[in-house]
Design a protein around this ligand. Sequence first.
Ligand SMILES: O=C(O)C(=O)[C@@H](O)CO
Ligand SMILES: [Mg+2]
Length: 259
Amino acid sequence: MPRFAANLSMLFTEVDFTERFARARAAGFEGVEYLFPYAYPSDLLARLLNDNNLTQVLFNLPPGDWDAGERGIACLPDRVEEFRAGVDQALDYARALGCRQLNCLAGLRPATLDEDTAWQTLVANVDYAAERLAAEGITLCLEAINSRVDMPGFVLDTSGKVMSVIEELDGSNIRLQYDLYHMQIMEGDLIRSLECLLPWIGHIQFADNPGRHEPGTGEINFSNVFAAIDGMGYEGWVGAEYRPSAETSDTLGWFDGWS
Ligand SMILES: O=C(O)C(=O)[C@@H](O)CO
Ligand SMILES: [Mg+2]
């Protein structure tokens, strides 16, 4: 049965961030993920996980200046030092939170940066991060994010591009983060793709499309997709990363039967 995690950057935003852990547990989740832990002391987050008997499933490496629109710095040649410092910071949090997977955001390619340099920088940074994480038994995820609607210019916008990085590096702890929402926009054919890519998938996330709301608000047949994920023996977590169209507790109908 898929193990579902609540994404606390998107779910339960009716309450303060630190209160969302208890809400997630009360709703039946056993794991949580969120964008970034860095605004909070790691001991506070560790206590919230422990008090609510929750697993920290995933968070992202530092992304650069998120509020200014940056979406990762891994492809930027003039930010390599900052990227490496971010790996240190993320590892400190991962140790404190017992988190076994970190996601590396590739970043947006500026018009002034040529594709080849962006790609070589990305591959070198991923190689560095994967090696650092491997020493601690942690997996590095690379998420493919749609460049049609949400992140124009995002360097890794297809599962094929993520697979190219994985193949180029041959890193045993590098995995694809397969977000059903982004992949529905860019590629479709979700169940067949999941089956083909399964050995390389480290983490799955979902939202319906269009709108990025809860299952049932768009075009994806989630009963079938979740049943397929269950049937193919996927052993990782599945993160509910959607914008609730109503009070979060009123959007959890999809969870019935899986919790
Ligand atoms: O936007 C998404 O999709 C995400 O998963 C963010 O957490 C960025 O990785
Ligand atoms: Mg995602």
